[in-house]
Design a protein around this ligand. Sequence first.
Ligand code: IPD
Ligand code: CA
Ligand code: CA
Length: 263
Amino acid sequence: MSEAGPILELAIGLAREAGAIQRDRYGTELDIQTKQSSIDLVTEVDRACEALIVEGIEDARPGDSILAEEGSGREQAGADLRWVIDPLDGTTNFAHAYPRFCVSIGVERRGEPWIGVVYDPLLDELYQAVRSEGARMNGRAIAVSTEDDLSRAFLCTGFAYDVRRSQQDNIAEFASFLKAARALRRDGSAALDLCYVAAGRFDGFWEFKLSPWDVAAGCLIVEEAGGLTSDVAGGQAHWGGRSVVASNGVLHDAMLGVLKGHR
Ligand code: IPD
Ligand code: CA
Ligand code: CA
């Protein structure tokens, strides 16, 4: 087992346990509340999954730092490891019983992405990556697509929760890619969208204003599957969040070119 082994196993176990909660509660009546905007939802399942994951890490690794979307994490001075957790990515989908959501757990070591785990509980698809050790889905190695022509590309994006009031609403970029690519999707779970790039299902993905927990695991999984990630200007993106462009690598410059037309 590599050095990452025990941490990876802990992350996988917690992602599967949280995923089991999501599977059980999928399609049942939920307590749905709003956060920063009226379209930014949170349910008791988001909170239950986060509690399970954070408690599991605290029990096994009391010295590690934790950044978790719903706020139950904590910084530990001098910690080598930081866990970056989206307990339920795709809450709007989950709240509407649309079957596309996941658990996302990233681990950084001394500030660098090290481990990523994303679990889709309905399809029972477990994506994992360790830096320099490749990416896998349900144990099998995965790789990005080889598509080299944007006009044949199958792309995905997302829209931030401030879309009603923000100038940077991704609509002009969406329109440009709609004309340039074969087809676009807005599937509602950035972490899974990134894993679909890693698995070669999507050829590329872009989105503005993402948070670290949306991309922590997924960007590492894309890179370990042979893809590229950057911000919309081509600089380093992953882990810090904000804008992300992820691709099979071959299409990266073409995607950045379309986005540049709107900056
Ligand atoms: C959201 C999803 C969505 C993306 C949003 C995210 P949440 O995360 O990943 O696809 O477009 O920007 O905030 O709120 O479901 O965890
Ligand atoms: Ca999210
Ligand atoms: Ca979430």
